[in-house]
Design a protein around this ligand. Structure first.
Ligand code: ADP
Ligand code: MG
Length: 570
């Protein structure tokens, strides 16, 4: 756990140590400034009161100049160092985390909520920034304030130190007690805010459902309830803050006047307490007492940030896996499944049972079957997104379980119904931001049937958010071109044409059929005769088992499961 966290915190400081040191120095000098100001006040007030040995007008001007110079210097240092340190630290931290995220395997990313990662990079990152990166410097200033002020007070008068610390415990105690109540109130606000945001998100996401069921009224009421609860919690918190302010200022005034009174009493009893020293004590006592409250708060902030870093590290942790043997770069014989069974965790029935099938290299195959018959699960197993199956899956005789994922991804391209498109140019969406030789790109474009589109719109045509600038068929063709460009030997196509109109679906399928030399496994629930006739084999799944397999003509002649599926669909 600790080792993992240190890997992430190390990214704060990598190549950033010099800046960290300078920012830390600024934090220490800031507390030095506090002491210098206290001392300047003491000297000047004693000067005004005519205490022997205190500075005259020129000396006072000297103190003022010194304080101003120090303030300017510190501001310049703060301007120069801390923001730079934090900028680089956060940049490196997020880059490191994102690299870990993208290096995660499909299998371990799958099934985890992406909301967790989103929070890690937005809200959590902000908390880490304030709690850890800024917090560490504030902690340093507070600690130095405490030690410095205490030493200086003892230097002036040990007796007064005791008295003023005792008086100043009063306001500190008040804010400590009330601080807890404010924290609780803040927690309530944050919880109500979560519920409120969730309600809002649901209403926006389900907008069309709300409209079609005419549920505006109830949803308005739901919103109003969350809204009221949130504003009530905020109102409570605001009142707590005001109450704390009142009590704290009462306690503060009491502490100050009490210290004056005690100082006067000591002075009357003959102690060397000048007016300047009295002022210094009031000034310094705050620096001794405040850290007692600030330090635990900042430490808690650091711990909370550390917890968030651990949370992210855990989420990005990749289960140890053997590197695996690389699969051959070219598929020569084909893919074979031998008695493969697989069940999702916690599922009552296995999704696939005793599947045996052969897909010869360079062939085109169709996997058909009703919804839920296990077609997508089968493709998932072929892309190793799950490896806890029984039986064997062999690529040219090599077991997939022990194969390296990188070599599998080089070999196999998966095309799904939903094509992910970046808000970028058509060309970048095809190449996925990489460079390819022009002839290779042209061939892929032509084979995927994208030629006419590219000619009319041009390669710089912007596909828009979620690819809204392209039709469904065009999006599928972009996905096909991507796989062809990568020279995938195997194309797994999961219901790619399901959402397209029959004519477009047929054209896309035709493009797929014409890709010679590539092993294609097309999952489809739409039984298009012209496609199925041209396939080298058809695998009909039913409830996770192979109902039948063979060519179109064989299966039709059998008049079995496939025959009934096919005739019903017409
Ligand atoms: P098809 O693609 O043929 O419609 P699937 O392969 O998606 O079927 O699903 C086969 C069975 O496995 C179904 O009963 C489905 O409910 C179940 N299933 C699919 N995905 C999951 C999952 N991630 N977790 C649990 N069960 C699943
Ligand atoms: Mg499916």
């Amino acid at each position: 756990m600790k080792r993992k966290r240190s890997e992430y915190t190390a990214s704060f400081y990598r190549g950033n140590r010099g800046m960290f040191f300078l920012a830390a120095l600024t934090a220490l000098l800031t507390s030095g400034l506090h002491l210098v100001i206290a001392r300047a006040l003491q000297q000047m007030i004693d000067g005004i009161s005519g205490v022997p040995g205190a500075p005259g007008l020129a000396g006072m001007a000297g103190w003022i100049a010194a304080v101003l110079a120090l303030i300017l210097l510190l501001q310049a240092m703060e301007y120069a160092f801390q923001p730079r340190f934090i900028r680089r630290a956060m940049e490196q931290y997020k880059d490191h985390a994102f690299r870990k995220l993208t290096e995660k395997s499909l299998a371990s990313f799958d099934g985890e909520a992406s909301a967790r990662y989103l929070a890690a990079f937005s809200h959590d990152a902000e908390t880490i920034e304030t709690g850890w990166l800024e917090g560490q410097f504030q902690l340093l200033t507070s600690a130095a304030d405490f030690v410095g002020a205490l030493v200086m007070m003892l230097f002036y008068s040990p007796a007064m130190t005791g008295i003023s610390c005792a008086f100043f415990l009063l306001p500190a105690g008040v804010s400590l007690l009330m601080g807890q109540r404010i924290q609780q109130a803040e927690g309530r606000v944050s919880r109500k805010n979560e519920t409120f945001t969730a309600t809002l998100k649901d209403s926006l996401g389900g907008f069309s459902v709300m409209k079609s069921f005419r549920a505006e009224g109830p949803i308005q009421a739901l919103f109003a309830r969350g809204n009221r609860a949130l504003e009530q919690a905020k109102c409570q918190k605001r009142r707590q803050v005001i109450a704390l302010g009142t009590l704290a200022s009462l306690a503060g005034v009491l502490a100050q006047l009490g210290t004056f009174w005690a100082g006067a009493w000591l002075a009357f009893s003959g102690a060397a307490i000048t007016p300047g020293v009295l002022i210094v004590f009031i000034n310094l006592a705050a620096y001794v007492i405040e850290p007692l409250q600030v330090i635990p708060e900042k430490l808690a902030g650091l711990r909370a940030a550390g917890g968030l870093i651990d949370k992210l590290a855990d989420a990005l942790e990749e289960p140890e896996r053997a590197p695996g043997a690389p699969l051959p770069g070219r598929l020569r014989q084909g893919i074979e499944l031998r008695d493969v069974s697989f069940a999702y965790k916690g599922a009552e029935h296995p999704a696939l049972e005793h599947i045996s099938a052969r897909f010869a290299a360079g062939g085109c195959y169709a996997v058909v079957g009703g919804s839920g018959s296990g077609k997508s699960t089968l493709l998932g197993l072929l892309t190793a997104s799950r490896r806890d199956y029984s039986g064997q899956i062999l690529y040219d005789g090599q077991e997939l379980k022990t194969a390296s994922l990188e070599s599998l991804y080089d070999l196999v391209g998966l095309i799904q119904q939903k094509v992910f498109l970046f808000d970028a140019s058509l060309r970048d969406n095809i190449t996925l931001f990489r460079d390819f030789p022009a002839p290779q790109l042209e061939r892929a474009v032509r084979q995927a049937g994208l030629g006419p589109l590219l000619e009319t719109r041009g390669p710089a045509y912007c596909c828009g958010e979620n690819g809204r600038g392209l039709s469904g068929g065009e999006q599928q063709r972009v996905a096909i071109a991507r796989s062809l460009l990568r020279q995938s030997q195997v194309l797994l196509v999961d219901e790619a044409t399901a959402a397209l109109d029959p004519a477009t679906a047929r054209q896309v399928n035709l493009s797929l059929l014409e890709l010679t030399g590539i092993t294609r496994i097309l999952v489809t629930h739409r039984l298009d005769e012209s496609l199925l006739r041209r396939c080298d084999g058809i695998l009909a799944l039913k409830d996770g088992r192979v109902a039948e397999s063979g060519t179109f003509d064989q299966l039709m002649a059998q008049k079995g499961y496939f025959y009934s599926l096919f005739t019903v669909s017409r």
